[in-house]
Design a protein around this ligand. Sequence first.
Ligand code: ATP
Length: 244
Amino acid sequence: MQSAIECENLETAYAVSLSRPILNRINCTINPGEFVCLLGLNGAGKSTLLRAMIGLVPLKQGVIRINGVTMTPRTLTQTRRDLGMLFQGGGLIRQLPAIENVLCGRLGELPTWKTFWGFPKQDRRLAIDLLTRLGLQDQIYQKTGQLSGGQQQRVAIARALIQSPKILLADEPITGLDVMAARQVMDILSKLHQEQGMTVVVVLHDLALAAAYAQRAIILDAGRVVYDGNCDRLHDQFSQLLSY
Ligand SMILES: Nc1ncnc2c1ncn2[C@@H]1O[C@H](COP(=O)(O)OP(=O)(O)OP(=O)(O)O)[C@@H](O)[C@H]1O
């Protein structure tokens, strides 16, 4: 079976501030349709690994393959087509209405002239459909900065989904949300995984949530993978290492 994501021996440049590379020979494989969580203390390298997977981190050595295609400057556009990313903090434009933020997800695909007078009707329809499916039918035209944290995270999910990714990478999508909103966001990711077979890789800090939602956990410590396996005994094994 072809892997969704393969990271082979990833190493970033030596960081003087850390006295080591941020990613220090990382090997991991994500299978198609898997729901995997990335765990680790602050500074372990989780965000850097996720950003490396979409080609945003210069590597000193190592290979990344997305659905069998090796990521190079030449294949970057192609490999990114399969990937959707939820950035830490959402990365939304607060002054824009929710729908416009979702449509921003289409900017990479559309030539400038197609967006010069606004986004095409079919894209607007798709954005409305996605926001409605995510329970934001009443917030479609509301300024994003006026929405709650959980609602903003759902806008960010819609923006990732409008790109029709096969793989969704989510960097701490529930940080700062209350318990209810966090569950809602995790349930949405879980539904995408279960109903659409989407491959999901999510950075979490909560062992209980990781065990509840993910099939597999990858734990990083100081830029290395220190655990890659099921979530059955995560709390017993790692609550001390991961006590924040
Ligand atoms: N561009 C950079 N230059 C130098 N150091 C960096 C850079 N980006 C990140 N770092 C450092 O690399 C380490 C790993 O950062 P990263 O954000 O990947 O960690 P993380 O595991 O996601 O942490 P957190 O849980 O706090 O988000 C941190 O110590 C960070 O300060």
